[in-house]
Design a protein around this ligand. Structure first.
Ligand code: XMP
Length: 511
């Protein structure tokens, strides 16, 4: 009996993760493997259905991802999308037409033959296209199911073998019948829609208990959503065997430590130790200007403080971490396994150093699913929507050396930015918004006097995964409120600027 999950093979499309999310939204668990996964890795997953993603290459082009015959040997239903369709067609004896021009954007799809894949969906609808090549003749055994003005073979199906392919992208919201098509595919594959956050919490509690047994677990609580969800989940699973440690390095935002210490921990009865270590961190950071050096000092000191605290607990067997799915899956470069793995961890280096086994209950989840779990666990709404905050904290938002006075200035300016973003509703519409302190004196005038003070930069970005980002188009009137309040209320600041750099080439943080 195949497992109740979909395996997605990634041929390098920008939107492969969207396929995984749409499948999960339809209630079925899904996982992604890169196109060069071995037959063994594919078989090991034991999927109930396969989806082959799109990709930027042309089938047969030098270095383009190949079709792995092990995929068809599984005998489970297959859906190829764009490049995935072309690979399937090529493999099974159809022919492709190559074009130098890419068709990109909306097209009108017209269904031309009945199929369970399109059951109950509109005969004519708008779909999203992004392709150069297309299928010219479908392989033997396949029926053409749909067309558009430019593409005669826009969807094909072999109902006997339950192999399907579409030229358009059903995973993109602009494809009106996309969600319906994915739901139909899951239905014809016989998969049950039983993946939701309540069922996740339930199976995760059992999984944690099984993994941990009678062992002791420590967790570095950062105050962010991921580590807090991990802590609350583990606490529910194993109670007092979980020990949370919150290191206050003095680089946090206003009221941040207090919220975790005084609100969340008592409410969820977390076994929490708060270590006040700002003296130590700021002492070591004194006079250090180089960003990488600052990050390294903070990382090293964090591990040192954490280890010292953990040693007081006696025997510890596991370290719980808030790793999530985007941290785990490889970002696929379309032309082969030149893999890049994201490695932004607040507690980087801890597990190796302390020789502890890892408990990572969120490894399978996307960020929005983590928020769903947070809601399921009863964490406060405002907390659930908290924007990301970097492990090294405000230290990487103060250009150059860090000291208490600069931290205080930035904390005040940032508190105004947070307050206004929340009050205006912009907080939920952007990925991140914050203040940066540039200890760079400029001349100004206030009242009757000349001033010579610091600059604060506002950074606000839109992003889906922080790998790329664009600056948020915040209204001028809103920026004006931020500027006026910061200049009036924060001592030592007489100028506010807005950062309009995209990533790349700029990063989200300034250091
Ligand atoms: P950059 O500056 O690389 O940031 O564009 C991308 C995202 O990662 C966050 N960030 C970090 N998060 N530890 C973290 O946990 C770090 O050292 C770190 N540095 C940057 C940043 O806030 C943004 O969301």
């Amino acid at each position: 009996m195949p497992r109740n999950k979909v395996l997605i093979i990634d041929y390098g499309s920008q939107v492969t993760q969207l396929i995984a999310r749409r499948v999960r939204e339809a209630g079925v668990y899904s996982e992604i493997l890169p196109s060069w996964a071995t037959a063994e890795e594919i078989r090991e997953r034991d999927p109930g259905a396969l989806i082959l993603s799109g990709g930027p290459c042309s089938v047969g082009q030098a270095g383009a991802p190949d079709f792995n015959p092990a995929l068809l040997e599984l005998g489970v239903p297959v859906l190829g999308i764009c490049y995935g369709l072309q690979l399937l067609a090529h493999q099974l004896g159809g022919s492709l037409a190559h074009s130098e021009d890419r068709e990109y954007g909306p097209a009108e799809l017209e269904l031309t033959a009945p199929s369970p894949l399109f059951e109950g969906l509109a005969v004519k609808s708008r779909v999203w296209m992004s392709h150069g090549d297309k299928v010219e003749t479908a392989p033997a055994g396949f029926t053409v199911l749909a067309r558009t003005k430019n593409v005669q073979v826009a969807a094909v199906g072999d109902e006997l073998r339950r192999i399907y392919g579409v030229q358009f992208h059903p995973e993109v919201h602009h494809s009106e019948i996309g969600a319906g098509l994915i739901k139909n595919f899951l239905g014809l594959a016989g998969l049950r829609a039983d993946w939701n956050m309540a069922s996740f919490v339930e199976s995760s509690l059992a999984g944690i208990r099984k993994q941990v047994g009678g062992g002791q677990v420590i967790c570095a609580l950062s105050g962010g959503v991921d580590s807090t969800v991990v802590a609350v989940l583990l606490n529910r699973a194993i109670g007092a065997k979980l020990h949370c440690i919150f290191v206050d390095h003095g680089l946090l935002r206003q009221d941040e430590a207090a919220e975790v210490r005084d609100r969340i921990a008592p409410h969820h009865k977390l076994n929490l130790t708060v270590v006040e270590a700002s003296e130590l961190f700021l002492g070591r950071l004194a006079g250090v200007e180089n960003p990488e050096e600052k990050r390294k000092i903070i990382g090293r000191t964090f591990i040192e403080v954490f280890e010292k605290e953990a040693a007081k607990l006696g025997r510890v067997d596991f370290l719980a971490q808030g790793t999530i799915y985007p941290d785990v899956i490889e970002s696929v470069s379309p032309l082969g396994p030149s893999v890049m793995i994201k490695s932004h961890h607040n507690v980087g280096g801890l597990p190796e150093k302390m020789n502890l086994a890892l408990v990572e209950p969120l490894r399978e989840l996307f960020k929005d699913e983590v928020r769903g779990v947070a809601a399921e666990l009863g964490l406060p709404e405002e907390f659930i929507w908290r924007q990301p905050f970097p492990g090294p904290g405000l230290a990487i938002r103060i250009i150059g050396a860090v000291d208490r006075e600069k931290l205080e200035t930035l904390r005040r300016a940032d508190a105004i930015v947070q307050e206004e973003l929340k009050a205006s509703g912009w907080y939920r519409k952007i990925w991140q918004g914050f203040a940066v302190l540039l200890p760079l004196k400029t001349v100004g005038v206030m009242g009757d006097g000349r001033t010579y003070e610091n600059v604060v930069a506002i950074r606000a970005v839109n992003s889906v995964d922080a790998m790329t980002a664009d600056w948020s188009r915040l209204p001028y009137d809103f920026l004006e409120i931020l500027s006026r309040r910061i200049i009036n209320e924060v001592n030592g600041v007489n100028r506010v600027v807005y950062d309009i750099s995209p990533k790349p080439p700029g990063t989200i943080e300034w250091e």
